[in-house]
Write a protein that binds this ligand. Structure first.
Ligand code: GLU
Length: 449
């Protein structure tokens, strides 16, 4: 890891001391502090009001027991989390992740990133995140429903359209949001659409919300390519993951004329030189909730499934890590660079390790960090909240247009800020500084709270 500005070292040390063992949270904080050197020089008022130290401490952290009964009649216990990190720009906003790896450190890293990501969208939303160590994979629909109902039976007292608005993340899609919303409605006796986003279109959801994170990432890359007078036509693209973000990133790349030649899941990756068959991929992943090995079997000779090694060894022009945190390390970055990759955009949250980011920057590979490149998901959640508040429902075209505009603005905002602070072309620094200064200015205006 690089050395921080000396004024920021005590802030980081305090984070390490207060949050022992939360490696992912430490990493996310370090990554932001690393960009703030030029900011503390220019703005002594932030240090005077201890804004950076305050931002690193969540406003509220909720941890709760989630008991539920499985199909065999046995009692199961999971742990639920909601970290309400920062509400200076609006109600806490951010997804819920259901995955066995979830613990407080993961929720805090995601919540911390969400503060700056949400600021970058230009929408009035604060930052938060939640989830559970429950794994929806391998459980029946009924079990997932009972788990979601139990989870909401505690969570409902902490959320609300003006307080905290959860949504999906890994392991939480339309099915889970439906069960969560149903239980919230039942407990509160309110049809409060704006309490959750990612709802189904027929019951208060927004067009494009399902597609938004993947589409937004590709819109962002389109802007990067445009700065070089290039576009997606005939570009080879590798997309890791095969969940919601990956699927819609693949779809938009294909619509823009690019060729997605590989994608992955936790069991390995497939290489499909003629281009991933998206219809088949969606059938396997969305309908059957199956594995990529099934995709490769059904695709016959056209695709190869590889169950060890790294997807990043597949040569490509553009890499879109859309799976999970720390999935692309320094070695992977070196391989991508050697193979001529010139753009990397994070569809997932923090998929590139600090060593990978350093390698990209040294090799002048354009690197778009998650808090900018994957902000389209939460931005469209804010559009869903807008539609709920006005009891309106917009068309697909209009909503997609709004999303594309938002991504263009984020892109331009990152570049302008990077230029202003003496790090031209550095999207990661531009995103951190721009998101941070917006939140910090609001915190100064609101007093020491
Ligand atoms: N989980 C998504 C993210 O990482 C979306 C959150 C939301 O829509 O609130 O930004």
């Amino acid at each position: 890891m690089s050395v921080l500005d000396e004024k920021l070292i005590p802030v980081y040390e305090e984070v390490l001391r207060r949050n022992p063992g939360e490696q992912e949270f430490h990493q996310a904080v370090h990554e932001v502090l690393d960009s703030l050197g030029p900011v503390v020089g220019k703005h002594p008022e932030y240090a005077d009001a201890e804004v950076i130290r305050r931002i690193c401490e969540p406003e509220r952290q909720i941890i709760f027991r989630v008991p539920w009964v499985d199909d065999q009649g046995r009692v199961q216990i999971n742990r639920g989390f909601r970290v309400e990190f920062n509400s200076s720009l609006g109600p806490y906003k951010g997804g819920l992740r259901f995955h066995p790896s979830v613990y407080l450190g993961i929720v805090k890293f995601l919540g911390f990133e969400q503060i700056f990501k949400n600021a970058l969208t230009g929408m009035p939303i604060g930052g938060g995140k939640g989830g559970s160590d429950f794994d929806p994979k391998g459980h029946s629909d009924r079990e997932v429903m009972r788990f979601c109902q139990s989870f909401m039976t505690e969570l409902y007292r902490h959320i609300g359209e003006y307080t905290d608005v959860p949504a999906g993340d890994i392991g939480v899609g339309g099915r889970e949001i439906g069960y969560l919303f149903g239980q919230y409605k039942r407990i509160t006796n309110r049809y409060e659409s704006g309490v959750l986003t990612g709802k189904g279109f027929t019951w208060g959801g927004s067009q494009v919300r399902t597609e938004a994170t993947g589409y937004g990432t590709v819109f962002f890359v389109r802007e990067i390519l445009a700065t070089r007078g290039e576009d997606f036509a005939d570009r080879s693209v590798v997309v890791s993951g095969s969940g919601n973000v990956a699927i819609y990133a693949i779809q938009k790349v294909q619509q823009f004329g690019g060729r997605v030649i590989a994608c992955s899941d936790s069991g390995g990756y497939v290489v499909d030189e003629n281009g991933i068959d998206l219809e088949l991929l969606r059938e396997v992943k969305e309908v059957r909730r199956g594995r990529l090995t099934e995709y490769a079997d059904l695709r016959g000779d056209k695709a190869r499934h590889i169950n060890d090694g790294s997807i990043w060894s597949v040569p490509c022009d553009i890499a879109l890590p859309c799976a999970t945190q720390n999935e692309l390390n320094g070695r992977d970055a070196d391989t991508l660079i050697k193979n001529g990759c010139s753009v990397v955009a994070e569809g997932a949250n923090m998929p590139c390790t600090p060593e990978a980011v350093k390698a990209f920057s040294a090799a002048k590979v354009a690197f778009a960090p998650g808090k900018a490149a994957n902000a389209g998901g939460v931005a469209t959640s804010a559009l869903e909240m807008q539609q709920n508040a006005s009891r309106d429902s917009w068309s697909f075209e209009h909503t997609q247009e709004r999303l594309a505009d938002i991504m263009r603005n984020i892109h331009d905002r990152c570049l302008t800020t990077a230029e202003e602070y003496g790090v031209p072309g550095n999207y990661a620094a531009g995103a951190n500084i721009s998101g941070f200064t917006q939140v910090a200015d609001a915190m100064l205006a609101l007093g020491v709270i």
